[in-house]
Every structure is written in C-alpha cells, then in structure tokens.
Design a protein around this ligand. Structure first.
Ligand code: ATP
Ligand code: MG
Length: 567
C-alpha cells in the first residue's frame, strides 16, 4: 500500500454533496454519518468502489464518519469468505486517503436482529403489521400490477393478540419455511407496489454465517436496511437509483418505529456501468464457478481484488470515481476512462525497467566478447528523486522482434538492414547483416555499435530517428509475463439479452516468457513497473524467488482506440 500517490483532486460538487453541505450549514445533524452497506454474497467490484469513494469521501470532506456495515440479512447466499474480503478491500481502497475517517468501524445488520425483532413487535402492537398465511405466489398475485388495485390479504385484520402470538411462534420455529410472513399494513391501493403491505419478515430455517442457528426468521432488506441506518444514527443513506421507489417505504418504517432525532434520509444516485465488463456479483460468481476466469481475483475481473492483483492502485480507482462524478442519470461509462486513470497514476509512480517480450538476438560485432559496460538508466523521468540504476551492455543482446523489419514499411524508424537505431541509455547501432534459418526466419542480426555515442561520448548528441529497448543476453532473467486484455469483445456484453459467454475475448490472457533486465530479480510485490515502450506491470503473487511472474496492468496507449479507428 506504499504505492499511493498524494491525495486525489478536490472532490467535485454534486447533488448529494450539495445536500450534505446544506445540512452542515443548517447544523441539521450533530455529525455527518454515512455508511457503505454491502451484502456479503460476493467480492466487491468497481461499482462498489464508486459507492465507497462517495460515502467515505463525504465523511472525509465534511468531517464526519462512514460505517462499514455488512448487510447480512439473507443467510442462504452469504459467507465469511466474502465478509473478510470486503473488509480487506474497503480498507485497501481508502487507506491513507480518508484521513480522519480512519479505519472504518465495522457493523453488521445481524447485530440488530434482536432490536429489529422488537421493532416488529412495536409495529404489531400499533396495529400496522400482521402475520400473513399467504404463500409467496399468492402475495404477489394479491399485490397486483401497479396499474390496478391490490387485494388485501384475508389475514389483514387479525387481532393484535393473535399477531403477537403467531409472530412469537414464528420465531420459536413452529412453522415451516414459506408458510407465514410478517407484513407491514400500509396501503393495498397505493400506486407504489412497495407500499402494498410489504413482507418484512420471512421464515428461513437456515444457519446464518454470524448468528448460527439463533434465528429462523430473518428481516427483509427493506425493513432491516432503514432501521439499521436509524439505529446507527446515519444522517445520509446513499444508495443506487433502483431504490428510489423504495424510499416511501424507508420513510414509513423509520417514522412508524420511532422518534429518531435526527432521522436518516435516503438519497439515490446512478450506479456505475462500464463497457466491456459485467457489474453484478451474481454474474461475476458465474464467471468464477464456470472457470471462465481463475477466481474472484483473476486480473481480468472488475473486482477490487482482481484489479489490485493486476496492479491497479487504490489511488487510480479513487481518481476514477472522482472523475466520473455522481449523477441521477443512468449512463454507460467507457472503460477507457478507467484505463486513463490507471495510466495517469502509474505514469507517476512506476519504476522504468527494460524487458523484451518477444526476443530477437543482436550481436554487436565490434564489442569485445566477455566485456560488460554499465549504462545509467533513469528510474522515473517524472521523479528526479527516483535516481538511476546501472544496466549491463554486452556483445549479445535481445531486442524486440517488432523493432526490426527486413523490408521496412514507410516511416519505419526502428532497425532495418543498413539502418541505425539507438539502444536506449546506450549506443547507436547499425544493422550490417541479417542471419536466417533454413525456413527463412530471421534468427539474428549482426550489428556494429558507434562506441562513441553513449552519454558523455564524443558522438552522444548524434541524432537517429529511432530508439529501442534491449536486454543483455548474458544477464537476462527469464520471467513469465501474463498479458491481460479485456474479457469481452463487445462493449455491452449483454446487449439485447445476449448471452455474455458468446462474446468472451479469446485473447484476454496470453502467457509468454520474457527477457528481463537483471534488476527485476529484486522486483518488489508492492511496486509498479513500466517496461519501457511496452506497458505497466506488477509482480504477481504466484511468483517464486528467481522465477518472477509479471502481470500486465495496462498498455502505455489504448490499443483498442486504434482498433476502433481502423474500423
Ligand atoms: P450486485 O448487483 O453487484 O450484487 P448490489 O447492489 O446487490 O450489487 P450490495 O452489496 O447490495 O450489492 O451493494 C453495496 C452498496 O454498493 C450498495 O449501496 C449499492 O448501492 C452499491 N453499489 C452496488 N453496485 C454498484 C454500482 N454498479 N455502482 C455504484 N454503486 C453500487
Ligand atoms: Mg444487493
């Protein structure tokens, strides 16, 4: 986590921050308190990152706090593995940034089960909740469509005493799953179907990852969420637009249960959708289960852990979140915007190194065998304090196959027969001879170096049009390099109901063995590297001493943009 750049740019104002600023000015709340409430049924993705940056960002900017709350009210889909990953990812994303917010305090909706049960009893006693015997299907049928009127449950007018008795027996485990629910008694004629006597408790004889077998009735999301906000003293409960239609129910429940002072209010913003990827835990789980990717942290996944493994920094994600802003309108964000944020961040912090991905042998015929000349290479041109390192130059070198063309295209300024090129940080070389195998494949280039052309030499200033990277063959370290690309070939994998599995990118991962400059033997897991002229890389967790594996985080330029231009 040492790879963070300084603080993100000042937050843009948006309609939610405007509301909060007004509340701060009015002193409406003793303290601004937001929350990030994931359901622990999967790993967090970049959409969640947007929400984390918004909630923790507001806490940070307005001197408040943000609670991390596990919204763990559905025991059938939840798991401790997910809980742990969520805690880790949130802390990673805000570490060193949300100063004053510090480590988020961890809460669980399940901690409130007893209190939530008590609130339900209060609602029953007030005559605004009842136990209903209809099945799920019947409830849906009676509820009706928004255009027509709903029909009341036959159990709607049960007495308070009977409801209290039945609800206690639901808790005691007397009834089977699905045979009874507790419903709020609101308005079966409401145009908002969420107000048509919504279910607030259901029976589930399922062990819960936090409360074990203590409960066999579980509160519904809409019930637990707003009341958890109220219990914690949340001031601004920020969620995505789908919940706008749930807001009247949020307010109804908070008001019916009690006198909260101050009381929480819900605000909605548009969720993040990104091109060339999927953004739903359920579908990401499918990618994992069907082994389309290697796991939740596969570097091609839009998960926070996947992007971290790929080499994306927390500050790049935060800058991206700030850049896209917060609105009320649904839109699709081009993944190029994210990629731009990643490049910008890595450009500032990445250590430059030389590596050759697809090697071609070059022999410098006028350079003595056995001699090594050290060349000073710049570690980071944007950061003088990063200094220089020495890279060895010898008679036999590797260059990139692409950096030589036997029959050069027009304006090809790299190496060609009879042509000159500068080896970065070293000499100008000239290609004298092209050696081929029996199949006509180029196997070696024989070159001569202008031995005066290195920095400090008499012809150091001599200009040639091309500069290429290289690695000394005698010193090169072989390393596995994983070249990642987008997971899908289509910008909207599920457009018009398409099965996303029909548009998987067959080239989303290519594994090669590269020739690395020797200093990469000491590559650090938390460092970011730019292999000059190629891309940004980071060490993968699968690396072993002496056998490094590098993940390509992102290319230096957007190869897909060129692709699009070509049509
Ligand atoms: P998914 O559909 O991927 O499972 P979810 O909304 O069910 O997502 P939760 O765990 O309930 O996942 O989400 C926690 C918080 O993150 C919620 O406040 C939710 O609004 C927010 N969130 C989820 N997805 C996005 C997204 N794509 N953009 C912005 N915020 C999101
Ligand atoms: Mg959800």
């Amino acid at each position: 986590m040492s790879n963070d750049t300084p603080a993100a740019p000042a937050a843009p104002s948006d309609f939610i921050r405007d509301v909060v600023a007004q509340h701060v000015a009015d002193a409406s709340y003793p303290k601004i308190l937001t929350r990030f409430p994931p359901e622990p049924n999967g790993y967090l993705h970049i959409g969640h990152a947007k929400s984390i940056c918004l909630n923790f960002g507001i806490a940070r900017e307005f001197g408040g706090a943000c609670n991390l709350r596990m919204d763990d009210t559905n025991p059938t889909k939840e798991d401790m593995e997910y809980v742990e990953s969520i805690i880790f990812d949130v802390n990673w994303l805000i570490a060193g940034w949300a100063d004053g917010v510090k480590t988020p305090q961890l809460f669980h909706a399940s901690d409130y089960f007893e209190q939530l049960y008590g609130f339900a009893v209060t609602l029953i006693k007030k005559g605004v909740a009842f136990v209903c015997d209809l099945t799920g299907e019947q409830i849906a049928e009676f509820r009706g469509a928004p255009g027509d009127l709903g029909r009341p449950s036959p159990d709607r007018d049960r007495s308070v005493e009977e409801n209290l008795d039945l609800f206690a027996r639901m808790r005691a485990g007397e009834f089977a799953d699905g045979t009874k629910t507790l419903r709020a008694k609101i308005d079966m004629a409401s145009p908002n179907i969420h107000l048509r006597d919504p279910v607030i408790y259901r029976i589930r004889h399922t062990e819960h990852q936090a409360t074990g077998n203590q409960w066999c009735i579980y509160p519904m999301y809409d019930y637990a969420h707003c009341l958890s906000d109220a219990i914690e003293g949340i001031s601004h409960s920020i969620c995505t637009l789908e919940f706008e239609v749930h807001r009247p129910l949020y307010d109804w429940l908070v008001d019916e249960v009690g006198l909260w002072n101050p009381r929480p209010r819900q605000y909605e913003f548009a969720r993040l959708s990104l091109t060339y990827t999927l953004m739903s835990k359920r579908k990401l789980l499918q990618l994992v289960e069907e082994k389309i990717v290697t796991g939740w942290d596969d570097p091609r996944m839009p998960t926070i852990c996947g992007m971290r493994r790929r080499g994306v920094t927390a500050s790049a994600l935060r800058n991206f979140a700030y850049h896209i802003g917060v609105t009320k309108y649904m839109s699709l964000t081009d993944v190029a915007v994210l990629e731009h944020a990643i490049r910008e961040d890595l450009n500032k912090i990445a250590q430059r190194r030389l590596a050759v991905l697809r090697p071609l042998k070059v022999v410098i015929t006028n350079f003595p065998e056995g001699k090594t000349e050290q060349c000073a290479a710049v570690n980071n041109p944007g950061d003088e304090t990063a200094g220089t390192r020495e890279i060895p130059f010898t008679r036999e070198m590797w260059i990139e196959q692409d950096d030589f063309m036997e029959v050069p295209a027009p304006k090809y300024f790299r190496l060609k027969p009879g042509g000159e090129v500068r080896l970065k940080y070293a000499f100008i070389i000239k290609c004298d001879e092209v050696v081929k195998d029996a199949d006509g494949k180029v196997t070696e280039l024989r070159c001569t170096a202008d031995l005066d052309s290195k920095t400090g030499g008499p012809t150091a200033g001599r200009k040639v049009k091309g500069t290429i990277h290289w690695v000394s063959a005698a010193h090169a370290l072989d390393g596995e390099v994983r070249l990642y690309d987008r997971l899908f070939t289509e910008s909207e994998p599920e457009k018009d109901g398409r099965d996303f599995k029909t548009v998987l990118n067959p080239h989303s991962l290519e594994v090669i063995t590269a020739k690395l400059e020797p200093s990469l033997r000491d590559a650090r897991a938390d460092a970011r590297y730019q292999f000059e002229r190629l891309a940004y890389f980071t060490l993968d967790a699968d690396s072993k001493p002496g056998a490094p594996i590098f993940n390509r985080t992102i290319t230096l330029k957007d190869a897909w943009a060129k692709e699009a231009q070509r049509g």
